[in-house]
Design a protein around this ligand. Structure first.
Ligand SMILES: NC(=O)N[C@@H](CC(=O)O)C(=O)O
Ligand SMILES: [Zn+2]
Ligand SMILES: [Zn+2]
Length: 426
């Protein structure tokens, strides 16, 4: 089964691209030239669309086992393919939590069976995500855990975090932190700021994130672990990571598209589509996370794709679940808002959505279009505008405030190991 992609644009550097034909066979790119005359079973005319190595997302929630009504591994990975992603790292806030080898192997097998893209699984730092006793991280690593996290919950006790870091450091695996000091959250539902006051809603102090981050950076420094900050959202957190990097702490960080594009001033009504954890912060925080991304303090963009059912997003900020979806809109929003506007180059965007994640997490995924690469590829139409609509999502979750936004960069096709896993309807 050979596939020939004609007239694709590949990135040379910055925003410079080159038109090529690409031949895929046996799961790899086997030829690449200005024009290829080979015959193939399938020929796809890219019409000048951008061909990139498949995107990588180190932070998704696919909800199985335990919450299949929100998303399944099948629907989540179909959504990933529609977003142009070919490798994702799935979080462990599942039921049962993959804190034991048995629970881990169960979800790992299902990822492999149902996944339309490569799914790497996080092992849980502690049982039930809330307990203080650290899981057998060595056994989880042997079973194939890509890294460890308790995402969904912050690790409350320093001694738990320290032991987890010491073990993860020995294993050479990243430790990924959802930062939330519960003693400072106190039932908040949105950022503690002017908008929460106006709407009469309980606020979440930025300190709930940054105070725990400061603690963790000291522990990371002491242990030498690769420590990765999930969904970084405040200006203080950016400053702390910048300082820690300068001091030689082995720290990386991700930011979500929504913390780059939205802030609390845009929450003008009690609409739970804007409810997520961490909450949307102020315009100053938003500027700081963008500056941090541009200067390399923040390494990558991760969606924190968090699907919920329609009824779970009812009841306004107080009643609704935390979290929004993102895997089908991330590249499109980032391309439209940052590359098309000249704030960043295409090369930077691909570093943030592919290369830096691969390098940081030591993933076996391609970051350059070349002969011999594993054919994990995405094809993006940068020419035509598109309005994001709820009914086009392959994810079960329709919970995103970006519905109605106009974007460029819709995915035309996605390949995993040379297999077509997504193709846009004409
Ligand atoms: N981000 C969220 O608001 N929700 C996530 C959990 C998490 O990422 O902390 C979820 O699992 O729904
Ligand atoms: Zn989280
Ligand atoms: Zn998450």
């Amino acid at each position: 089964m050979a596939v020939l992609i004609k007239n694709a644009r590949i990135l040379i550097r910055d925003n410079q691209t080159q038109l090529v034909d690409v031949l895929i066979e046996g799961g790899r790119v086997v030829a690449l030239a200005e024009t290829l005359q080979e015959t193939a079973d399938t020929v796809i005319n890219a019409d000048g669309a951008l061909l990139t190595p498949g995107l990588v997302d180190v932070h998704v929630h696919f909800r199985e086992p335990g919450f299949a009504y929100k998303e399944t591994i099948l629907t989540g990975s179909q959504a990933a393919a529609r977003g142009g992603f070919t490798t994702v790292l799935a979080m462990p806030n599942l039921n049962p939590v993959p804190a034991t080898v048995e629970a881990f192997k169960f979800v790992q097998a299902k990822n492999l069976e149902d996944g339309q893209v490569h799914i790497e699984q996080y092992g849980a730092i502690s049982a039930e995500l809330t307990s203080v006793e650290v899981s057998d991280l060595t056994a989880l690593a042997e079973a194939g855990a890509i890294a460890f996290s308790n995402d969904g919950k912050g690790v409350q006790k320093a001694s738990t975090m320290l032991l987890a870091m010491q073990t993860a450091a020995k294993l050479g695996k990243p430790l990924v932190a959802h930062l939330e000091d519960e003693s400072l959250v106190k039932g908040g539902v949105m950022n503690a700021g002017t908008q929460a006051q106006k709407l009469g809603l309980p606020g979440i102090e930025p300190l709930a994130e940054s105070a725990q981050l400061a603690r963790d950076l000291m522990l990371a420094y002491a242990t030498g672990v690769h420590y990765h900050v999930a969904h970084l959202s405040t200006k203080e957190s950016v400053a702390l990571v910048r300082l820690a990097k300068a001091q030689g702490v082995n720290v990386t960080a991700e930011v979500s598209p929504h913390h780059l594009l939205l802030d609390e001033s845009m929450i003008t009504a009690d609409n739970a589509l804007f409810k997520m954890n961490p909450p949307l912060r102020t315009a100053t925080d938003r500027a700081a996370v963008l500056a941090g991304l541009l200067d390399g303090t923040i390494d990558m963009i991760a969606t924190d794709h968090a699907p919920h059912s329609e009824s779970e997003k009812q009841g306004g900020f107080v009643g609704a679940a935390f979290g929004i979806t993102g895997i089908e809109t991330s590249f499109q929003l980032m391309y439209t808002k940052f590359v098309k506007t000249g704030i960043a180059t295409l090369e930077q965007l691909l570093n943030w959505m592919n290369r830096n994640a691969i390098d940081s997490f030591n993933l076996n995924a391609p970051s350059q279009i070349m002969v011999g690469m594993i054919a994990d590829l995405a094809l993006f139409d940068l020419e035509h505008a598109h309005e994001i609509k709820a009914d086009e999502f392959l994810s079960k979750g329709k919970n995103t405030p970006f519905i109605g936004s106009e974007v460029y960069g819709m995915t035309k096709a996605t390949f995993v190991n040379g297999q077509l896993v997504y193709q846009a309807k004409k």
